[in-house]
Design a protein around this ligand. Structure first.
Ligand SMILES: [Mn+2]
Length: 320
């Protein structure tokens, strides 16, 4: 596969780079690092994302050049689709991007269906950033300081600050090489984790009283309503990592964030500890992800959704 990716890069000149909607650090860091790599090779590369870049990632070199309007697709010979397992995850432009003649998918999600002929899929990798790091190295290319910053940030965020089960020896070795290549861990962490807008903390204050512990304290959840968002003057992106809060409670194995969307549906983010599988739970609702981190969308009344989720959790636990 590496050979085919190298071939595609050698043969073509115009590249579109994209990732999933509701961007996270891994998606943005991976896109930017790949974009720097292609430009260093003298290629034309444009990053398109449906959603705007969350404020705490705007420090990344190149983030000001990301576009949010889909450009005319004719010039693009290759699209890199990063950190997602199918075209729908890109958002509304997914189908159109799918018409670009050559698609290359780089991803680490278990639920990847293999929708591209040319693909690097490694569910063992901590992050797409770790995979891009390996790609750059295996292609014999230099990791510049800009790339190192973007890739370190991608790995840092997808491992929850090197804490999750996806943090393996290779992950830490990659991070070490990126620090050697110019990534500054303290500066990056301060930008990512210690640059909260006040609205995010106001929202958190409104959301903490919604904490629920169920199944004898085994399942913890928080709920974000549209009203709470509006009252705090906060944006949906400000809820990033709220789902980690119930998980931080002793005894909680599964943590859920119920997030009301503007159309009244709910987006569920699920996290778990150890071997407890939440990917299966998300899949029962048409979603997906990883064993310890998954998500889905569903509709209905919140109390109904909650009971269906608990039933799915019990069914998944019985299967294990
Ligand atoms: Mn990722």
């Amino acid at each position: 596969m590496l050979r085919r990716i190298r071939e595609q890069i050698g043969l073509h000149r115009h590249f579109l780079i994209t990732a999933h909607e509701r961007l996270d650090g891994d998606a943005i860091g991976s896109e930017l690092a790949l974009c720097h790599m292609l430009r260093n090779l003298g290629k034309e590369a444009v990053i398109f994302n449906q959603d705007r870049t969350p404020g705490n990632y705007l420090f990344l070199p190149g983030s000001d050049r990301i576009v949010h309007e889909l450009p005319a697709l004719d010039p693009f010979e290759v699209a890199f689709i990063l950190d997602c397992g199918d075209l729908d995850r890109i958002g509304e432009a997914g189908a159109r991007i799918g018409t670009i003649p050559n698609l290359i998918n780089i991803d680490h999600h278990v639920s990847n269906e293999g929708f591209c002929d040319v693909r690097l899929i490694d569910p063992q990798a901590s992050s797409t950033g770790e995979m891009i790091f390996r790609l750059v190295r295996d292609m014999g290319l230099a990791v510049t300081g800009e790339m190192a910053t973007c890739l370190y940030m991608a790995i840092l965020t997808d491992t929850g600050g090197f804490r999750y089960g996806n943090t393996r020896r290779d992950t830490l070795l990659a991070a070490a090489d990126l620090v050697a290549g110019g990534a500054d861990p303290q500066w990056i962490s301060e930008n990512v984790y210690e640059s909260n807008p006040p609205a995010r903390i106001r929202l958190l204050a409104a959301v903490l009283p919604t904490l629920r512990l169920e199944e004898g304290g085994w399942v913890g959840s928080l709920t974000v309503t549209q009203k709470a968002l509006a009252d705090a003057g906060a944006l949906p992106e400000h809820t990033e990592n709220f789902v980690d809060i119930p998980r931080s409670i002793r005894g909680v194995e599964i943590s859920i964030l119920y997030m009301e969307l503007s159309d009244g549906r709910f987006k569920l983010s699920l996290r778990s500890k150890g071997k407890t599988n939440v990917e299966r739970v998300a899949r029962a609702f048409g979603g997906g992800g990883h064993i310890n981190a998954a998500g889905c969308r569903t509709e209905g009344e919140l109390s109904m959704i909650r009971s269906r989720v608990i039933r799915a959790i019990r069914a998944s636990a019985a299967e294990a």
